[in-house]
Design a protein around this ligand. Structure first.
Ligand code: MG
Length: 407
């Protein structure tokens, strides 16, 4: 079996959903998804010639070859791993289809038949779209969805948290996440200073409202996007302790695992981190020093599905649970779900597209009709590969201007 052709396509959704397609000489192809990055399509096009003529069944061999070939662009980390992660998933999809085997089979077999999803609720409103450098943009679908409202209206009113939590419970979710960090930006400053009492009170009021809207049976988490110094993060953790959080996400910058390790050691609230780390090596210090309670690799950028499985197993050895970060389309979400299905320490997989009106329509699952996420779960079946195909009729309508469409 030989790779004959590779191509990309990008959907302009809340982020750039960047797809990789790899064709083989048996007439079949596999599709994977990469986490967005500036210049990603160009990087993929530089990589593709290296794949032509190789045997797509040698998935790990190809991934390791690309790690080495990309060493000049970032030996252990960096956005080249976004590209490699999408390629690796496309290879698994192709090999699975060619053998008639689901991807979860290649990762040791599943230990559960459905994968629990937690929904990202942002700060009560998630109707937004960001370019590869996280600048706000307004594609046509977003303009229509906003109906004249300004984009990304961050008001941080407890009422918004309450309403959103209630709405998500009604939609069938039993786990959800809210942002609390940008509250501090309302003052017009980036944070590198002590929090004021008013800011602390507002955070606590918003989380209290979310808890009230969600009810006591629902798992509630909050994200801080690396905004705080450890001292401030500890103050916040203490303030939020009464609301029984499933985790407290990324309170401090990811560069130094000791920051979160210190907070974790206090045992106030479980700590989750890891969405910006690549490969096992990026997680090594964090996991071996038990710097967190849960790891959150992003499977579209950590190095691929097999690498995510290895990170999950490394975490398991230290009693650390696995709850992957995920902002991808349903295709990338399916790839992540295959990994999650095989790990005993898995807790929940993120869903970040609740306000993208076409999210559920971007893929087709022949054997599982209807929405991709049903009652907060994704069921996995024996369907070969990732068990889904991109719905190109829908996806192409939202193609990013200036990008090729699988040419
Ligand atoms: Mg996060």
């Amino acid at each position: 079996m030989k790779i004959t052709r590779c191509a990309t396509a990008v959907v302009e959704a809340n982020y750039d959903y960047t797809f990789v397609r790899i064709h083989a000489d048996n007439g079949q192809y596999g599709t994977g998804e990469c986490f967005f990055a500036p210049g990603l399509s160009a990087a993929l096009r530089d990589i593709f010639p290296l794949l032509i003529g190789r045997d797509p069944r040698e998935v790990d061999r190809i991934a390791r070859f690309l790690w080495r070939k990309g060493s000049g662009a970032g030996a252990v980390a960096g956005y080249l791993y976004n590209a490699i992660s999408g390629i690796e998933a496309a290879l698994w999809d192709l090999v699975g289809k060619s053998l008639g085997v689901p991807c979860w089979q290649f990762l040791g077999g599943k230990v559960r038949d459905e994968v629990r999803i937690y929904v990202d609720c942002h700060a009560g409103d998630n109707t937004e779209s960001w370019d590869t450098m996280l600048e706000a943009r307004e594609p046509a679908w977003l303009k229509a969805a906003l109906q004249g409202r300004p984009q990304h209206e961050e008001r941080y009113e407890p009422e918004m948290y309450y309403n959103r939590a209630k709405q998500m419970v009604e939609a069938g979710f039993d786990a959800m996440k809210f942002d609390i960090d940008s509250i501090v930006v309302l003052t017009g400053e980036e944070l590198n200073r002590p929090l004021t009492t008013a800011e602390m009170d507002r955070m606590a009021a918003c989380v209290a409202a979310a808890r009230q809207g969600a009810g006591d049976e629902v798992d509630l988490t909050v994200d801080c996007h690396w905004r705080f110094a450890p001292t401030e993060a500890i103050r916040i953790a203490r303030a939020l302790a009464p609301y029984n959080l499933l985790w407290f996400e990324d309170p401090c910058p990811p560069e130094n695992y000791r920051d979160v390790a210190e907070i974790r050691a206090l045992g106030i609230v479980p700590i989750l981190t890891g969405e910006n780390l690549n490969r096992r090596h990026g997680f090594w210090d964090l996991i071996t020093h038990r710097g967190c309670d849960l790891v959150a690799p992003d499977i579209q950028k950590c190095g691929g599905m097999l690498e995510a499985k290895r990170i999950g197993e490394l975490a398991e050895m230290q009693g650390i649970r696995f709850a992957p970060h995920n902002i991808s389309s349903p295709l990338g979400t399916m790839a992540s779900a295959h990994v999650c299905a095989t790990l005993p320490n898995f807790v929940a997989l993120e869903f970040h597209g609740s306000d993208v009106p076409f999210w559920q329509d971007l893929i087709v699952r022949q054997d599982v009709p209807g929405p991709v996420i049903k009652q907060g779960r994704i069921p996995l079946t024996d369907a070969p590969g990732l068990g889904c195909e991109l719905n190109e009729q829908v996806a192409r309508k939202y193609a990013k201007p200036g990008e090729k469409w699988f040419e």
